[in-house]
Structure formats: C-alpha cells, structure tokens
Design a binder for this molecule. Structure first.
Ligand SMILES: [Zn+2]
Length: 201
C-alpha cells in the first residue's frame, strides 16, 4: 500500500485496533518496517504471499469475509491479476481515506527507499518516481477469489478474470507533468515521511 500521510479525522476499523501506529496512522500489517519505522507502500514479501494464499486482509491480517476489496490499476488488468492482497471493505475505506496515492492527493509514486530497505522488503521498484496510475476498487466474493500462479509456481496475486460485484473509481491517473505547486506538495508529503519514528500508544 502506498505511503500514508497524517490524518487524525479518520478512525481505523475496530478489527485493526491491535496494529501498531506511526505518526497518528494505523500501520497496515503488510507494511515493511526498517530501523524502527514503517515504509508505507513497501510490503513484506512473505506477508504478501501469506495474505494472498490464506485469504487474509493485507491491512488487519484477519480472514477476509463475504466481501473482498481489491485495489486495481490498469497495469493489473493488463497482466490479469493484482499482486496486492485483498482487504475488508472497511479496511479499504480507511486506507483510501488516509493514503495520498489511493485518494489522489499525491501524483507520483514515492522515490525508492534506501537500498537497505529495498533489500529487506521487496520494493515495486518499477513504479518508483513514476506518475500515479488510476486506481479502482473492485469488490468480489469468496467464490470468485482465485490465486494467480506463475509458471514456476510462484504466487503472483489474485486473478481478475472473475465476477465483480462492484467497481468503484478511487482516483484518476496523475497528469504526466507536475506543476511546481504539485511538486512542492509532493516534497512536503515526502518530507513528512522522513521524520524520525516516535513511539505512540
Ligand atoms: Zn481487514
């Protein structure tokens, strides 16, 4: 899940109460940590596979229910699967409310994290620094949930050739060039990310 920003107005779902917090935000279970701080948008590869295979919510780690939310980009449609695991609808709502990539207030994928972090938790390096794509939320049912495997048996993600209950646009694609105003806003968001970790209750 892409990086999040400070927002105190939105409350996380109750089932996520046990998750750690950082900068006032609930940190998704799948999010990678390094040196005491989370890297929003950088996922633990083992947790990603666990979620996809065992039908767990990437946000709260609990089993998915009768409605499963997926975040789908045009690039996912092109390959026929999403590599990110599903979420409870309430967990997806929270993620959209606080995540600038998902709700469209950030125009570019964050720059690549430090090399040590990239080694520890696999990075979707191909997206780093690129303009954001459009995001849709898809809602599927357990009977439509199928894991996509690679030719070598690796877990690619969740297949998209399945019945969809509802498709909801989350954000439009970013314009290819940033205005200076947008660039300044983006730098401000990334600077927020550089703040040192501080423990929170
Ligand atoms: Zn959840």
């Amino acid at each position: 899940m892409p990086q999040a920003r400070r927002s105190r107005a939105v409350r996380p779902p109750a089932r996520a109460a046990a998750l750690p917090r950082h900068g006032g935000l609930t940190v998704p279970w799948i999010t990678g940590w390094f040196d005491g701080r989370p890297y929003f948008g950088v996922n633990f590869p083992v947790r990603r596979v666990q979620c996809v295979v065992h039908r767990l919510c990437q946000f709260c780690r609990q089993p998915l229910g009768r409605r499963i939310g997926l975040v789908v980009r045009p690039a996912d449609l092109a390959v026929g699967y999403v590599d990110e695991p599903g979420m409870h609808p309430a967990c997806l709502d929270y993620a959209v409310a606080v995540c600038p990539m998902l709700n469209g207030t950030m125009d570019r994928y964050r720059a690549a994290p430090p090399a040590a972090v990239a080694r520890l938790v696999a990075l979707t390096a191909s997206r780093a620094g690129l303009p954001a794509e459009a995001y849709d939320a898809w809602y599927i049912t357990p009977s439509g949930y199928h894991v996509a495997y690679g030719p070598d048996g690796s877990v690619l993600g969740i297949r998209l050739d399945t019945p969809v209950l509802l498709k909801k646009p989350l954000r439009a694609a970013a314009r290819p060039r940033l205005t200076e105003e947008h660039a300044a806003r983006q730098r401000a968001v990334i600077d927020l990310e550089q703040l040192p970790a501080r423990p929170e209750g």
